[in-house]
Write a protein that binds this ligand. Structure first.
Ligand code: FUB
Length: 336
């Protein structure tokens, strides 16, 4: 049964109106990080699974155990190819459960899969696994990245050859528990350590990676998002402040940090809030990536339309994304 109050949704009608169909429907997939390697699009998604864990604010029912890599010859293809299990939690010595949103990159013929998971103490860390193939299988490092925490890694390669990881997510993603620099116990619940409405919002994080891409080259820094007055967004600005699901792309020499999206002049920001990429989708989560292919830009995203609204059973979709003449992104409505 769906956990959200969505009984009123006519899913036949919604699926008719949807601008895109799931790229695979034999498994549930979410949190798509798309990249073009050797002319092919590879999608690194979460692999959502059915389970009996009750819905809670920690996202415990997002109990994913492995990753499947998908590929497409073109975003215009109706379907993607599933290359099977590329990494399973049982093969990662430090990880216990909840293999959430991953990302990948390539350097000198080696492919790197970055992934968050809860360790044996229930703390989200970010790990890395390597392969000679973009679809794996991937061999994990024995320990997580030192000083990594929280969820949703997104790795961006800049034109100078530097690689940066953006990451973080509040609530179940535990970012709020790290606001003093070390992990704080849960206290009165997952929301206990969040700032008040008039305090600065918690920020996503960024760290440059070492040249072997296996560690942070520096302590993670805040990705500060500014409002129209040049002030950091406040925690109570729920429509605009950071929540989770970072991505970075570069367009005409500007750096676009996206969850909503904000534009800056360098990989560290600050970034000025610029708007929304995607209107709300069916399902409690929204997570995307943006990639250029043959001169056009595409948004990979997910929704819960195939599962008829089950929050933790999502499907990856793709739609064209337009930057206008001023570099603003045209907001996509997932259902016409
Ligand atoms: O898939 C689990 C979590 O849900 C991701 O890490 C978040 O971005 C949200 O999509």
């Amino acid at each position: 049964m769906p956990e959200d109050p969505i009984d009123h949704i006519d899913f036949d009608d919604l699926n008719q109106k949807a601008i895109s169909k799931p790229v695979v429907s034999h498994i549930y997939t979410a949190d798509p990080s798309a990249h073009v390697f050797n002319g092919t699009i590879y999608i690194y998604p979460s692999h959502d699974i059915e389970n009996d864990i009750p819905f809670d604010d920690l996202g415990s029912h997002f109990a994913m155990e492995d990753y499947h890599i998908l590929s497409m010859n073109s975003p215009l293809d109706k379907t993607a190819t599933d290359h099977g299990v590329a990494l399973h939690v049982k093969d990662v010595p430090w990880a216990d459960k909840q293999m959430w949103a991953p990302d990948a990159t390539e350097k000198e013929g080696t492919y790197y899969l970055f992934f968050p998971a809860k360790d044996h103490d229930g703390i989200f860390r970010i790990g890395v696994a390597t392969s000679s193939s973009p679809v794996g299988p991937f061999t994990p490092q024995p320990t997580p990245i030192k000083k990594s925490f929280s969820i949703d890694p997104a790795v961006f390669k800049d034109d100078d050859g530097s690689y940066y990881m953006y990451f973080g997510g509040i609530w179940g993603g535990q970012l709020q528990r790290w606001s003093t620099g070390s992990f704080k116990a849960e206290g009165d619940g997952p929301l206990f350590h969040l700032p008040g409405d008039n305090e600065n919002a918690l920020c996503g994080k960024v760290a440059r990676l070492t040249s072997d891409l296996l560690e942070f080259a520096e302590d993670a820094k805040d990705v500060v998002i500014l409002d129209e007055k040049g002030k950091p967004l406040l925690a109570g600005d729920n429509e605009r402040r950071f929540f989770e699901a970072s991505w970075m792309h570069k367009y005409k020499d500007k750096y676009y940090f996206s969850y909503c999206y904000a534009i800056g002049d360098n990989p560290y920001g600050p970034f000025s809030y610029a708007g929304r990429i995607l209107n709300p989708v069916v399902g409690w989560t929204s997570h995307h990536s943006i990639v250029e292919f043959n001169g056009k830009w595409y948004l990979f995203y997910h929704d819960s339309s195939l599962s008829k609204g089950v929050t933790h059973l999502r499907s990856v979709k793709v739609a064209e994304l337009i930057h206008d003449a001023n570099g603003k992104i045209k907001t996509i409505d997932p259902y016409k």
